[in-house]
Every structure is written in C-alpha cells, then in structure tokens.
Design a protein around this ligand. Structure first.
Ligand code: GLY
Length: 345
C-alpha cells in the first residue's frame, strides 16, 4: 500500500542533490533526497535547518549554517546567509553585480521577518551593498515596516551604510548590449524562456529554523533585469515574497514578482500549512492559484519554498529548472535540490 510518505517522495521524483565540491565541478551527482525531509506526522522535529532559492543559495546556506550550528538565532542566520549573495558580483540578480533597470540603475528590494512576527523591508533602494541589513534596521530601529527609495537610502546613511556603486563593468556592458535591441516593453521577458528558466538567476529567499525551533526568513534581489525605473517586485512585500508565523511555518518566493503579489503567495502557503497542508502541498496550491488566475502562466516562472515548525520542507514551481539549497539533513552538507513543477520538461 502506498503510504502518505511514499506519495510525497514520489511527488518529488527527479530530485538531485550535491555537495559544494560537486558544485565547483559543475557536475551534479544525482542522488535521492532523504525521505526524512518531507513531512510526516510520525517523524520527530528536525531542526536546525536552512533552505534557500537557487544555486546561489549554496554558499549562502553554508554561511547561515555556521550561525545555526553554533546555536545562533534563525534571524541572524538568514541575514548573514543572504548577505553572501548580495556581495557576490557573479550573482546577477541580487545586490552588487545585479542587473540594472532600463535606465542603468541597480535598485534593490529586500525584506526580513522574525519569529515574533516583526518585519522590516526596503524597496527601490540604491547604492547599498546590504539591503537586507537595512531592512533589519527598519524592523529594529524604527516604528515602521517599510522604507522606500531616497527615504530608505537616507535612513541607511544614518545607520552607517556606505554609498557604493553596485553596477559592475560586466552588468554595465550587458545592459549596453541590451539597449541596442531594447523594445522598452513593460518588463523584459526572456527571449529564450527555457534558457532563462534554467539559468537560475533570481531572488534569493531564505528560511531557517534554529536549534530552539524558532523561524525567520529573508528575501533580497535587484529585481527583474531592465525593469521600468521605479518598478518594485514582490521581494520587499511581507506576505508576498515572505511570510513567517512561528506557530505554523514560513514560506518564500522567487520568480516574477507580479504573479506572487497578486496571489499574496507566501501568506497563502503559511495559511494552508496552518490548515494542515504539508509544506509541499501548500507550495503546490500556491502555484495552482497562479495557474487558475493567469492564462499566460506558461510564460512566467514562480517558485515557492516552505518549511513548517517541525523543520519539514517543501517546494514547487511553475516551470522546470527551479532549485533550492538545503542544509541540516544528513550532516552539514548543503544539497541542491531540483524542484517538481507544473510544466514538465
Ligand atoms: N521576485 C523578484 C522580482 O520580481 O523582483
């Protein structure tokens, strides 16, 4: 007889996992994801654990795991973790090295949420290496949740964040190349969707459960490449790209932010887990909501990640190609996991 646990593992067929050494060689070694990751009421709680979006989540998870393994707070882990991607010039969708908007400005969206339900966020922030840390300052040092644009930048000045040019020579050259054929559509749809889906360049969202069983999450991005100046995506919107409820679990998003915002995806997923859905079932319904609402869903990518308060994880995406990094199962090795999707390869 097929058990609930068999079904959940089967639903995730095609999962691959690899350690950081395999990553460096860019030769993924296919192995089965441990069954213990998936939700089963009979299984004991498993934490600490940290999960994050895409391949750039691997070094970010490794940093977050240092915090968790030392007994640190999930909030510190997710902040420290995503800062790795923010500072990496090779990551072209987050922070330094991120692709600019159509006018050549790198504009940043970030948010953070802790185990008490506190949240902080910045949107349309410029010239700042670590928007996630500014978001945390908004949460901890102001009575507000969200600061945007020049106001966010001036607040960052008061908190000691240097003004730094984030547009690398490579990102500038790519933008100048794009300008030659740009049609200035409302947003830049990838010319080769299959290629873009597979490239894994998007928001880093990270969720963690610490040794005490408390949850936090963080999300940070430079947003869609060559977006309209002033465009803000889902990444700084609490409930859209990120939601944490310590009593239930946490969820986070990556992909085309407009679709996530219109369905308030992360809040929806946490509420579904509150009603008894596993993390993967909840992510599947988050994706299904977009499919039902948007007839053009085949043209966009959205991926969701979730973790419940027991430390069980799940994910699901619209398109193939979405991966997430997970640390905290089978020793300290960070694994990169292929995620099942609505549209098959
Ligand atoms: N999810 C990132 C964005 O849409 O900006």
């Amino acid at each position: 007889m097929t058990t609930r646990r068999d079904f959940l593992i089967g639903a995730s067929a095609g999962l691959t996992a690899l350690g950081t050494r395999a990553l460096a060689q860019d030769q993924p070694a296919a192995t089965q994801l441990p069954a213990e990751m998936w939700d089963d009421d009979a299984l004991p709680s498993r934490h600490p654990v940290v999960i994050s979006t895409w391949r750039h989540g691997v070094p970010a998870n490794d940093r977050a795991w240092q915090v968790l393994d030392a007994g640190g707070r999930a909030l510190d882990a997710v902040e420290q973790g995503v800062r790795v991607a923010e500072a990496d010039p090779e990551v072209t969708s987050v922070g330094y090295g991120g692709r600019p908007d159509r006018e050549g400005h790198v504009t940043l969206d970030s948010c953070i949420m802790d185990e008490t339900g506190n949240a902080g966020s910045v949107a349309f922030l410029q010239e700042c290496m670590h928007p996630i840390s500014v978001a945390r300052k908004v949460m901890e040092e102001t009575p507000h949740v969200m600061l945007v644009g020049e106001g966010a930048r001036r607040f960052a000045d008061t908190q000691g964040f240097l003004r730094q040019d984030l547009l690398t020579d490579k990102a500038r050259a790519d933008w100048q190349e794009w300008l030659k054929t740009a049609k200035y559509e409302p947003w830049s749809r990838p010319s080769n969707p299959a290629l873009e889906r597979a490239s894994g360049h998007d928001t880093i969202s990270m969720l963690a459960v610490d040794r005490s069983g408390h949850l936090s999450g963080a999300c940070t991005t430079s947003g869609l490449a060559y977006k309209m100046h002033g465009r803000v995506g889902d990444s700084p919107i609490i409930g859209a790209a990120l939601f944490v409820d310590d009593e239930v679990g946490a969820a986070a998003a990556t992909g085309v932010g407009e679709e996530v915002m219109k369905t308030v995806g992360s809040f929806l997923i946490v509420e579904l887990m509150r009603q008894g859905a596993t993390p993967e079932e909840a992510c599947r319904e988050g994706v299904a909501r977009i499919v039902r609402k948007n007839p053009q869903w085949r043209d966009v990518q959205v991926g969701y990640l979730a973790v419940n308060r027991k430390g069980r994880v799940g994910a699901y995406a619209l398109q193939p190609g979405f991966q997430f990094a997970v640390t905290g199962y089978e020793g300290d090795t960070t694994r990169l996991v292929d995620v099942a999707s609505e549209l098959e390869d």
